[in-house]
Ligand binder design. Structure first.
Ligand SMILES: C[S@@+](CC[C@H](N)C(=O)[O-])C[C@H]1O[C@@H](n2cnc3c(N)ncnc32)[C@H](O)[C@@H]1O
Length: 935
């Protein structure tokens, strides 16, 4: 890049005109910082803040950070970090230990190894005679000065929290060479005379020649690296092993080596991200990062995303609880700009859940969750349904509403997280397991048949042994019929959650569930179990056989039904919007089949519904429909509370006795609308677009996409978006260039074997996507390495998931208060790539008036690498993280026609206008988590 030729004044007197690698890196880093996508893209500038349904799958924990872009509350910090760490980037000397790691790892590693290969002469020694200027001397000197620099933070960092100082000090050590070691400061001439320096250098030379037997087989560079790397605040620490040794044996080198070793042993530690994920492949990339990076100190923080994962990873939570308060929250890294803002008002780059779970009373979360179960008591004792009197229904529903919800005020939130968010989090957890088991399934299928997945088999994509293994297909079909072996990841996911007590409501209870509105869609029965809406996977009637606590149900007769599913499986079911005739359960020949083979009996669920009628206890009704979008091929919609108004028995279609129940929908509830009904039908735009009301543009992409992108404006049908040019790939400003294509993998067709695919290796030894639904991101990654132009695989390869154009039928529409927005008339599954954030890639200093520009997106993979969500950095053609593509992924399953949003997470009061005054913008996202102001 042109900018690489710029040499910092600091270094202009250095050998080679300062064009050493480090210089180039330094300059490149600066250029990285200035690179921005100035976006006037297709949807990205249309995405509004809100539900964050487009976010990184890695949860809302660290969502947002869009504010970093322009408001950039912490951009300064990010820049410092970039400056220091990015020196790593172009260091081409890579420790042999890491040569097989992805380039990115190498970069990181290289940063720390740069001293060993540092052929630059410390300015301090440039005047020494050649003899004193030997490379070894220089290296030793560098090592020494590096060590000492750990003891004090560069003035640049003195206002940063400790963690930052350490981090920055670590990486800034190269520049600290000019500082005088405190050891020498009292010497004549400040200890700076060359002779002194030489004298000082000599003893350390001697000691450094002594190599612990443990290290004698290591390459020399490694030894030096071990000894010199100052990550190692631990340099000053003496390993307990050595503390009692006589001084002679207690040499610094030994200590250093020991410290190094202890760092190395941390390789066996698993990144907190993975510790709780069952059977997860503990990607080397993570381990290496943990082991080699001084940012390790951050490992003590556990992302709230994972705190509720299996086993609770208590050890890490303990760590959090034990760290000083100042480090418990993301406030550990605070831009100087924000330091004057009180702690509670500082921007928080994550979900409110994260903020909450990091405080001291997080244990209450589970307690409160259990409390949700108390709702049963309240509903029952309210007796708010009377079968005879509809007016009373309304009154009772209103009464409970006015109390702040049917479950009382304390149950409208769970530890400060709205119940809506709690439900969302559970579904995210479910999806995480789902993708995990889908991934395992991919691997299993690869082992069995080389490539085909069961999903492909089930979808009929694999028909014969040419494409898949015939035996495997037959086996899959057989097991499906027997119902004995299930490979369905949704069932595995829910059993995992049940085993680990991770479902939202452990007890069943009656009435509405907080956080689940009428119209809520679930894409399998398993999801309903996860949130406690209907807790039986197989049965249609979810009932309570006897009360959990007798005293809570004075006088009520059990069993009592809590919820029923109408899935159209019963030949005798009938229902419209307000009234249902529901067939009792049992006595079918094959579970899951329709046919009755003997008389039904009045027990279990059937008896429960009868008791519901007698005691006026309402039942939740869920309507199931066929749905191609869904992995279960069904979708289940919550339709609200119904009362049982009558029951009888009759001869069913099969000639046997069946029980029938008439249920009537309680009044005063939201109705299912075209927005929340599953049978929402919108004609495919291509055919009926002319007739669609509000259509102001047939195809915003002007034919650049395979699918047209219509624009609707129901508020002003003559107003289409203006000042907008659609592009479908990043454009480069004149002075920005993209690196040459990286070498590719040697796979053919589709990449399937992670061991032989070099791109999978770059991703830590596995593919980042699961094959399901055309590729879904399995989990959030720091950087995703996709296959590129030099790879042998074809365009259908799963590791090109974000390169395959728009997969979903997007449309732009005008909102009432937020300007233009985007939604999809297709269902989007979690982890699916939605679209790329494209625009013109410019350098910072070429952006004018950024305070007035809402569409700038700073490209900086530190966001994703540090768990900041909202987007994913993708490298495909080249491997330069500074110029990664930014792709937006679905964080959750996104129902049709729901606005696509991500949380910009602006810090309140962080946006300053051109007049120097704070700018304010009310937020209209309408979510339960709304902070009321955008900024
Ligand atoms: C990147 S643009 C999004 C596209 C924008 N809606 C448009 O029509 O151009 C961000 C701007 O959208 C508007 N916006 C997005 N989300 C909003 C929200 N929740 N409340 C209010 N305004 C919002 C604000 O004007 C914000 O500055």
């Amino acid at each position: 890049m042109e900018i690489q030729r710029r040499v910092s004044p600091r270094f202009q007197n250095l050998p080679n005109g300062g064009k050493s690698n480090i210089e180039k890196i330094w300059n490149a880093t600066k250029s990285r910082k200035t690179l921005n996508t100035r976006v006037s893209p297709r949807f990205q500038n249309l995405l509004n803040v809100g539900n964050s349904n487009i976010e990184k799958i890695r949860n809302a924990t660290d969502s947002g950070k869009k504010s970093n872009t322009r408001a950039s509350p912490n951009s300064k910090i990010v820049k410092i970090r970039n400056e220091t760490d990015s020196t790593k980037i172009s260091n081409t000397r890579v420790s042999p230990r890491f040569q097989n790691l992805p380039k990115f790892e190498k970069m990181r590693d290289a940063a720390d190894t740069r001293k060993k290969s540092n052929t630059r002469v410390s300015p301090r020694f440039q005047n020494l005679p050649n003899g004193g200027n030997s490379n070894n001397e220089k290296k030793r000197d560098a090592a020494l000065s590096t060590k000492t620099s750990n003891t004090s933070a560069s003035p640049r960092f003195q206002n940063l929290p400790n963690i930052e100082k350490i981090w920055n000090a670590t990486d800034s050590r190269t520049t600290s060479n000019t500082r005088v070691s405190p050891r020498f400061q009292n010497l004549p001439n400040g200890g700076n005379s060359n002779n002194e320096k030489k004298r000082d250098a000599t003893p350390s030379t001697k000691t450094s020649n002594r190599v612990s037997p443990r290290f004698q087989n290591l390459p020399k560079f490694e030894k030096i690296w071990d000894a010199t790397d100052p990550r190692k605040k631990s340099n000053t620490r003496v390993s307990p092993r050595f503390q009692n040794l006589p001084n002679g044996d207690n040499s610094n080198n030994e200590k250093l080596r020991d410290a190094t070793l202890s760092i190395k042993t941390s390789n066996t530690r698993v990144s907190p991200r993975f510790q709780n994920v069952p059977n997860v492949d503990n990607a080397n990339i993570e381990k290496t990062w943990d082991a080699t990076d001084s940012r390790k100190t951050l490992n003590t923080r556990v992302s709230p995303r994972f705190q509720n994962l299996p086993n609770g990873d208590n050890s890490n939570i303990e760590k959090i609880q034990n760290v000083p308060d100042s480090r418990k929250t993301p406030n550990t890294r605070v831009s100087p700009r924000l330091q004057s803002i009180p702690l509670e008002k500082r921007p928080f780059y994550g979900s409110s859940q994260k903020r909450k779970t990091l405080d001291d009373s997080q244990d209450e979360i589970m307690v409160k969750k259990h409390k949700v179960g108390n709702a049963k008591l309240e509903c029952l004792s309210n007796g708010y349904v009377t079968v005879e009197n509809d007016e009373k229904d309304v009154a009772d529903l209103q009464e409970t509403d006015s109390k702040g919800g049917k479950y009382g005020d304390d149950l409208t939130s769970i530890h400060g997280i709205s119940t809506t968010m709690a439900v969302k989090d559970k579904l995210r957890l479910f999806n995480k397991y789902f993708l995990h088991f889908s991934k395992a399934e991919d691997a299993r299928c690869y082992r069995v048949n080389g490539s085909a997945t069961d999903h492909e088999i089930a979808n009929g994509k694999i028909k014969d042994k040419e494409e898949g293994c015939e035996g495997h297909v037959k086996q899959a079909k057989r097991s499906k019929h027997k119902g004995c072996v299930t490979k369905r990841p949704d069932l595995k996911a829910i059993s995992e959650m049940l085993n680990k007590n991770e479902v939202l409501c452990h007890e069943r209870y009656f009435g509405d569930l907080p956080g689940i509105e009428v119209g809520h869609r679930f894409y399998s029965r398993a999801e309903m179990v996860a949130v406690g809406l209907h807790k039986l996977l197989q049965k249609r009637i979810d009932y309570i056989g006897k009360p959990y606590v007798e005293s809570e149900y004075n006088g009520y007769t059990f069993p009592l039904a809590a919820a029923i599913v109408m899935s159209g499986q019963y030949e005798d079911d009938f229902g419209n919007r307000e009234e249902i005739v529901y067939t009792g359960e049992g006595e079918k020949d094959i579970p899951g089949k329709k046919r009755q083979f003997r008389d039904q009996v009045m027990r279990c669920g059937n008896l429960a519904l009868k008791n519901n009628k007698k005691q006026s206890v309402p039942v939740r009704v869920i309507r199931g429909h066929k749905c191609d979008d869904s992995y279960s091929k069904k979708v289940y919609i919550y339709d609200g509370l119904y009362k049982v108004t009558g029951y009888w028995d009759e001869k069913g279609v099969s000639g046997f006795k069946v029980f029938k129940y008439r249920l009537k929908r309680l009044r005063g509830q939201d109705n299912l609308t075209s927005q929340n009904q599953v049978h929402f039908v919108r004609g495919k735009v291509s055919r009926v677009q002319q007739e669609l009301p509000g259509l102001v543009c047939k195809d915003l992409s002007n034919g650049q996409e395979d699918k047209c992108i219509p624009v609707f404006n129901f508020y002003n049908p003559s107003l289409a978006p203006t000042g907008f040019k659609y592009i479908n790939s990043i454009k480069l400003a004149k002075n920005v260039s993209i690196p040459p294509d990286a070498p590719g993998c040697n796979c053919r067709g589709k990449c399937t074997n992670p061991r032989s695919c070099s791109c999978a290796q770059l991703n830590g030894g596995d593919f980042p996507y699961v094959s399901r639904d055309g590729g879904r991101l399995f989990e959030a990654k720091d950087v995703v390495f996709e296959c590129g132009p030099n790879c042998g695989c074809g365009p259908e390869c799963v590791n090109r998931s974000s390169q395959q154009g728009l997969k979903y039928q997007l449309e732009v529409y005008r909102t009432k208060e937020k300007g233009w927005a985007v939604r999809s008339s297709d269902f989007i599954p979690s982890g699916a790539p939605v679209c790329e954030y494209v625009g013109i890639l410019r350098k910072n200093d070429e952006l004018e008036d950024i305070s007035e520009n809402d569409y700038i997106f700073e490209i900086d993979c530190w966001h994703t690498m540090k768990g900041i969500g909202g987007r994913e950095c993708i490298l495909s053609s080249h491997h330069d993280v500074r110029l990664a593509r930014i792709v937006l992924f679905a964080a959750d399953d996104i129902p049709r026609m729901q606005e696509l949003t991500y949380d910009y997470n602006y810090a309140i009061d962080s946006v300053i206008g051109p007049d120097g005054k704070t700018k304010q913008l009310p937020c209209f996202c309408g979510t339960s988590e709304c902070r009321k102001r955008l900024y």
